[in-house]
Ligand binder design. Structure first.
Ligand code: SAM
Length: 212
């Protein structure tokens, strides 16, 4: 049996490392709002990636209640700025509260309200170290196009939920979200500008580095 199929192992991985109080409180509010936050292991992966690329400029597509934002900020350079896009004003209000409770200086976050596909074309080519995608699943392939354009060489893009509770490998599922996730998994794997890695944390975190 693959080690990941052992429930105790899965539980150990998903809770590693522990989440701080600000992120745990934001997580609870995210669940109340119905915008499911990234899991703890996925958050830790984002923090690791932000630290590894010494991120000073990060774009997040899908702010939610601020859980992933807190993890990203935890790995970014101390003067790094997180630009985070969401279409729901209530989610941005909740995320702002989470960032304030965590002691994040207001100048370190730039929250842009709007449809991601309206906002992304305004963001600079090659201007970002890390792009994190966690909004409308049917739009993931378009987020990939923009994300690769916005990344600097050596920058990293990450997509949450790419396993979609296993539906991506079940041909019986042909809805728009599943189809788009399948497409993004394929496109990232085949894109010669990218070095891909599928991390089996949470609901699947697909990451890729942009070749110089
Ligand atoms: C799964 S939640 C994000 C959770 C967050 N990344 C976290 O881990 O804490 C998805 C978010 O994407 C936002 N969203 C959905 N479709 C969107 C779109 N087309 N443009 C911008 N935001 C969108 C929703 O309002 C929601 O807050």
């Amino acid at each position: 049996m693959p080690i990941f199929a052992v429930p105790e192992v899965r539980e150990f991985v998903e809770g590693y490392p522990a989440e701080d109080a600000a992120a745990a409180a934001a997580r609870a509010r995210g669940h109340e709002l119905g915008c499911v936050p990234i899991g703890v292991s996925g958050g830790a992966a984002l923090r690791f990636l932000a630290a590894a690329v010494q991120a000073r400029a990060v774009v997040e597509i899908g702010t939610g209640a601020g859980v992933s934002g807190l993890w990203l900020l935890g790995g970014m350079a101390p003067d790094g700025v997180l630009t985070s896009i969401d279409v729901e004003p209530e989610h941005h209000r909740t995320a702002r509260r989470a960032f304030a409770e965590a002691g994040i200086a207001p100048g370190r976050t730039r929250l842009i309200m709007g449809q991601a596909l309206d906002v992304l074309p305004r963001l600079t080519d090659g201007g970002y170290d890390l792009v994190f995608v966690d909004a409308a699943k049917p739009e993931y392939p378009r987020y990939l196009e923009h994300g690769v354009r916005m990344l600097r060489p050596g920058g990293v893009i990450a997509f949450d939920n790419v396993l979609w509770s296993g539906r991506v490998v079940d041909p019986n599922h042909r809805d728009s979200a599943t189809t788009a996730l399948r497409e993004v998994n394929r496109a990232v794997r085949e894109d010669e500008r990218l070095v891909p890695l599928l991390l089996p944390v949470g609901d699947g975190l697909l990451v890729a580095a942009k070749r110089p």
